[in-house]
Design a protein around this ligand. Structure first.
Ligand code: ADP
Ligand code: MG
Length: 331
């Protein structure tokens, strides 16, 4: 069982950034309004995610750590997925490759915690926590030196971690995020702060994009809105006058999840087409949403690839949606 967990773990957890993605998605699934992330040494020695979500009952803590235990679907339809988590693998996997402690408080019940050492869960113990859940991961891959070797420098892991957190924060503008680097000891240094955005929909999103990509992006961005056969496109695309750092300002989401996908990136480029020149790149945060039955987000647990039932339709939606909205804005 411990060996199986370690093998499965490699699929879900490749590096601190993928661990953070799983933990933050769990917090969002739990209805968190505020999420705090703390890390040290690029997340290699410490990664901690605290939320104010609905928490886990003390008696459910051992179950939350076991493989294929999920409270989110009944297993009857793996394609019809509305929440982030659906595999029940993340916590089990993390427990297999790091020292893991989960502390949680459900409603007005007493808080409790459980720790996993060497893949074996210990007893549930009383703990102190005002509300929500705190998951702490220490010494990722300490028991698997071969894996540890594949981690990059602290600096590179920190960058990947922050990139992942930024994307998740864009997908949830009403949720507040604070990220601290504890490497120096003490209370650490706040490296990312995004307060919950007021308002809703596009207004909240633009506020969050201004915060995370920059004011210059937000001031140059036009709203994108299009629909095709039940597939919806929304978000913001900056006019090609915006170029600073724009090469990396491409954020794509499917049904609220950050994704990296060739089809979507290609469509983004095609939508800008002749507006692009040598030093002009598309800069956009685009959200595609459709019936979960029409997209498979389950291609690979750690990779953010997606597979649409009708890729041609989605490409067309993005290309024509972008062209139309950019043209309307006078470009
Ligand atoms: P999944 O998210 O696929 O269900 P996980 O291994 O990520 O699987 O989590 C297992 C279970 O633990 C979840 O189904 C949920 O019930 C519980 N859980 C994990 N993290 C949190 C959290 N931050 N708040 C509340 N419950 C959580
Ligand atoms: Mg999960």
């Amino acid at each position: 069982e411990a060996a199986i967990n370690r093998i499965a773990a490699g699929e879900v957890v490749e590096r601190p950034a993928s661990a953070a993605k799983e933990l933050v998605e769990n917090a969002l699934d739990a209805g968190a309004r505020r999420i705090e992330v703390a890390y040290a040494d690029g997340g290699k020695t410490l990664l901690r995610v605290s939320d104010d979500g609905h928490g886990i009952r003390a008696e459910d803590l051992p179950l939350a750590l076991s493989r294929h235990a999920t409270s989110k679907i009944d297993g009857s339809d793996l394609l019809n997925i509305h929440s982030f988590g659906f595999r029940g693998e993340a916590l089990a996997s993390l427990g297999a490759v790091a020292r893991l402690t989960v502390t949680s408080r459900h409603g007005t019940e007493d808080a409790a915690e459980i720790s996993v050492r060497g893949g074996a869960p210990g007893p549930v113990r009383p703990a102190a926590l005002r509300s929500g859940t705190r998951v702490e991961l220490r010494d990722l891959f300490h028991a698997t030196p071969a894996r540890l070797k594949f981690l990059r420098s602290d600096r590179a892991e920190t960058q990947a971690l922050l990139d992942t957190l930024r994307r998740l924060a864009m997908a949830a503008p009403q949720v507040g995020f604070v990220v601290r680097d504890l490497s120096g000891g003490g209370d650490g240094r706040v490296v990312l702060r995004a307060d919950p955005e007021a308002g809703e929909g596009a207004e909240a999103l633009l506020g969050r994009l201004s915060r995370l990509i920059g004011k210059e992006f937000a001031e140059n961005a036009v709203p994108i809105l299009a629909e095709r056969e039940g597939h919806h496109l929304s978000g913001f695309a900056a006019l090609p006058t915006y170029s600073r750092g724009a090469a990396v300002a491409q954020y794509l989401f499917v049904n609220g999840r950050p994704v990296r996908d060739k089809l979507l990136t290609g469509a983004l480029r095609a939508g800008y087409s002749d507006l692009l020149s040598r030093d002009r790149y598309p800069a956009a945060a685009l959200f595609v949403s459709c019936d979960p039955m029409r997209v498979d987000v389950n291609v690979h647990p750690a990779k953010a690839e997606v597979r649409f039932r009708d890729p041609g339709l989605v490409r067309g939606l993005i290309v024509s949606g972008l062209r139309h909205c950019l043209a309307e804005a006078g470009h």
